[in-house]
Design a protein around this ligand. Structure first.
Ligand code: 13P
Ligand code: SF4
Length: 316
C-alpha cells in the first residue's frame, strides 16, 4: 500500500513513529539525499554500515543505500528483515560484474586468492575469498602473504590505488564506478588553480590521473573526518556530492566545492543512490517491502568472505 504524505515534516514524523512501533533502524550511506540522512539512526561508509548491520538488535533494517549494501546486511543478519526503499538502486560496479563472467575470469587465474570490493553481488561475494571496502582495501591486501597471487575485483581504479599503496602486483577486473570515473580532470585542474587555498581530496574510486592531484585520499568516512580535523578552510571534494551534507553540518564555517563531472552539471550525483526518496523510505517501512531475499547456499558462502573482512577490520 502506498501512503502519500504531503509534507516533509509529516513524513519524518510518521517515519519516526513507524521505527518505534516496529523496532526498526535506518542505516544510510553518505550519498543519500539530505532528508534521508537526517532520518537515519546511523550514517556511514560501506564498512561502517556493515559493522552497524552486524551489531544491531533491531528487528528490521531499512537500508538507505544501494542493492549490494542491503544485500550485505541480509548476508550478515539473516534473521532480520532487510528493506531497501527502491530495489532498482543498483551500482555500475556490481552490474558490470556478472557471476558467469567472474567465474570464467577466476578460471584464468586458478592459483590466485580472490579479493572483491564490497560493491558486488552476493553471488560474486560467494565466489570470493575475502571482501574489502575502500577504507580497508590496503589493509586487507597487506594481510595476504607476499607469495600469494591476488585477483582484485571489480573496481580497477581502487585496485590501481591499492597496487600503488601496497606494492603488490594484482590482476584487476575491468570495472569502474560511473560516478567517480566521470570527474573531469581538466575541470578539476582548473578549479585547483582558481582556488589556491583549497585542498583537493578524493575517493580512491577516482581514476589514477585525478588521484594524482589529491592531497588526501580516503573512503567517505575518512574524507569527512579529514575535513573536520584539517586546519584548511576550503576543500574541493572528489566524491559523490551527498557527502557535502555532513561536511557542511560538521564544519559550517568551512567552504566545500564539489568536483565537477565531464557533463555540464556542477556536481556529481549517483543516479542509483538518488533513486531512494523520503517518500519511498516511508512507504517501505510502512509496507515492510521491498524486502531483500537470498538463496541460503549463496548467503552462507558470501557470509564467509564478509566475515573474514570484518574479523580483519575490528580495529579500523
Ligand atoms: P565507501 O562507502 O567505502 O566510501 O564507498 C563509496 C561508494 O561508492 C559506495 O558505493
Ligand atoms: Fe556504485 Fe559508484 Fe553509485 Fe557507489 S557511487 S553506488 S560505486 S555507482
Amino acid at each position: 500500500m502506498f501512503i502519500s504524505k504531503n509534507s516533509r515534516s509529516e513524513l519524518i514524523q510518521s517515519i519516526e513513529q513507524l521505527k518505534r512501533e516496529k523496532n526498526a533502524i535506518i542505516l544510510a550511506h553518505y550519498y543519500q539525499d539530505n532528508g534521508i540522512q537526517d532520518c537515519a539512526d546511523y550514517i556511514g561508509d560501506s564498512l561502517g554500515l556493515s559493522q552497524a548491520a552486524a551489531k544491531t538488535d533491531a528487528d528490521i533494517i531499512v537500508f538507505a543505500g544501494v542493492h549490494f549494501m542491503a544485500e550485505t546486511a541480509k548476508i550478515i543478519s539473516p534473521n532480520k528483515k532487510v528493506l531497501l526503499p527502491d530495489l532498482d538502486a543498483g551500482c555500475s560496479l556490481a552490474d558490470d560484474c556478472k557471476t558467469e563472467d567472474f567465474i570464467a575470469f577466476k578460471k584464468q587465474h586458478p592459483e590466485h586468492i580472490v579479493i572483491s570490493y564490497i560493491n558486488c553481488t552476493a553471488e560474486v561475494k560467494a565466489e570470493s575469498d575475502i571482501i574489502c571496502t575502500s577504507s580497508n582495501a590496503v589493509h586487507i591486501v597487506n594481510s595476504i602473504p607476499k607469495e600469494r597471487k591476488i585477483i582484485f575485483a571489480p573496481d580497477k581504479n581502487l585496485g590501481r590505488y591499492v597496487i600503488n599503496k601496497s606494492g603488490r602486483d594484482m590482476v584487476l577486473w575491468d570495472g569502474a564506478c560511473m560516478v567517480h570515473e566521470a570527474f573531469s580532470l581538466s575541470k578539476i585542474e582548473a578549479l585547483i588553480e582558481q582556488n589556491p587555498n583549497a585542498e583537493f581530496i578524493a575517493h580512491p574510486e577516482c581514476t589514477e590521473a585525478v588521484l594524482k592531484h589529491a592531497s588526501f585520499i580516503g573512503s567517505t568516512t575518512a574524507l569527512l573526518n579529514y575535513t573536520k580535523t584539517s586546519e584548511k578552510q576550503q576543500f574541493i571534494i572528489g566524491t559523490e556530492s551527498g557527502i557535502l551534507h555532513q561536511m557542511i553540518k560538521n564544519s559550517p564555517d568551512k567552504r566545500f566545492i564539489p568536483a565537477p563531472p565531464m557533463n555540464n552539471c556542477a556536481c556529481n550525483d549517483c543516479p542509483h543512490m538518488k533513486k531512494n526518496t523520503l517518500q519511498k523510505l516511508h512507504d517501505c517501512l510502512f509496507n515492510e517491502a521491498p524486502e531483500i531475499m537470498l538463496e541460503e547456499s549463496i548467503r552462507l558462502k558470501a557470509e564467509k568472505s564478509i566475515k573474514r573482512m570484518l574479523e580483519l577490520s575490528v580495529n579500523l
